[in-house]
Design a binder for this molecule. Structure first.
Ligand SMILES: Nc1ncnc2c1ncn2[C@@H]1O[C@H](COP(=O)(O)OP(=O)(O)O)[C@@H](O)[C@H]1O
Ligand SMILES: [Mg+2]
Length: 350
């Protein structure tokens, strides 16, 4: 067994470019050997955070530690990181194997040994039999695998990828998400992947770091983030949600669009009478022809979108429009009852 991989710790990190605040108050722990995704809208600071971890940017304040070792002022070439960018940044005049072995050559590894190692790495990224080809002969997906093999050649302590799949078309991207996840499991290297695509993050990550407004908004396993978003931003960014205004009736109970509904059992509520927003996932709502015994809202179907494996029905309830996903069976203009989730609605802090 190899030695356990150290955790990466970010403490009180901030980064400004002149008057622009790129990152504020970032505290984060990336467990050794895990795959973590930084996700958030454009401009929220994902790339900057990755570059600070890599040593390509110096933070304005705060520290970066790998295990006990303070990396904050260690230059990039001493940090033991392998990086992959959206653009492959391969050497077009070199063969695939020479690209993969490039770092080994710089380290002075003998030719035979580095070509053997390049073959192993190409196997690892599932690209055998292309080692003598030129990079220009490969497709985009293949080039990105070569870039990954090259980044892994020196067995880095950290494997950092910035939007590595965003240049690929949708079908290929989905396949590569699964492959990248499996590759990371095989090599066990602590990996951080930046993406603006929340589904991509949910597919690959052990831990998702949701960023917004140049801060970390929430950190957690994908399902926790999905089920228990800490605020309105996360609830709206990850997956689809319905938002409704509500008022607290008593402990565990709110009134939503004139109807009383329990809140999720582990959720906390402000005092009775407080106004707040609740989030309800489309798949947790049910459409009924008649009023059910449980909490339900009366409305009218305004739009139906049949996606084959699921039907998305939009229902007007008072001045709100709710998305319900499920089996469908209701046509536009029909009156329906939207049954609220038995497990309760999710109150949001802000
Ligand atoms: N080198 C730079 N000089 C000036 N501003 C920058 C620089 N790099 C990033 N920024 C700014 O910092 C913020 C965060 O950018 P970035 O980390 O690239 O976000 P993301 O990767 O999430 O899209 C943005 O407002 C961006 O314009
Ligand atoms: Mg970026």
């Amino acid at each position: 067994m190899s030695a356990p991989r150290p955790d990466l710790t970010i403490e009180g990190l901030g980064k400004r470019f002149g008057a622009t605040v790129a990152l504020e108050d970032v505290d984060l722990r990336v467990p050794g050997g895990s795959l973590v995704c930084f996700v958030g809208p454009s401009g929220c600071g994902k790339t900057t955070l990755l570059r600070v971890i890599a040593g390509l940017e110096t933070p304005s304040e705060g520290r970066v530690l790998l295990g006990e070792r303070d990396l904050t002022h260690v230059p990039v070439h001493r940090r033991d990181v392998g990086m992959v960018f959206q653009s492959y940044a391969l050497f077009p005049h070199l063969s695939v194997a020479e690209n993969v072995a490039y770092g080994l050559r710089i380290r002075g590894v003998a030719k035979r040994e580095r070509l053997t190692r390049a073959q192993e790495l190409l196997q690892l990224v599932q690209l055998p039999d292309v080692d003598s080809k030129r990079v220009s002969q490969l497709s985009g997906g293949m080039r990105q695998r070569v870039a990954m093999a090259r980044a892994l050649a020196l067995d880095p302590a950290l494997f950092l990828l910035d939007e590595p799949l965003s240049a690929l078309d949708a079908k290929l991207r989905e396949g590569m998400q699964v492959e990248l996840r499996r590759l990371q499991r095989r090599v066990g290297i602590t990996t951080i992947i930046v993406t603006h695509d929340q589904e991509e993050a949910m597919t690959m990550a052990d831990l998702v770091v949701v960023m917004g407004d140049n801060r970390v908004q929430q950190v957690g396993p994908p399902l926790d983030i999905y089920r228990r978003p800490v605020n309105r931003f996360v609830a709206g960014f990850v997956g689809t949600n319905n938002f409704l205004p509500a008022r607290v009736v008593e402990a565990g109970l709110v009134e939503v669009a004139g109807v009383r509904s329990p809140v999720a059992p582990d959720a906390t509520l402000p005092s009775a009478g407080s106004e707040l927003t609740v989030a309800i996932r489309p798949e947790s709502l049910r459409l009924r022809q008649r009023a059910p015994a449980s909490a339900a809202l009366e409305g009218t179907v305004v739009f139906v979108r049949d996606l084959g494996r699921v039907v998305e029905t939009r229902v007007r309830v008072r001045e709100h429009e709710l998305i319900v996903s499920g089996r469908g069976g209701f046509g536009e203009g029909e009156s329906v009852w939207v049954e609220l989730p038995e497990a309760g609605v999710m109150p949001l802090a802000s």
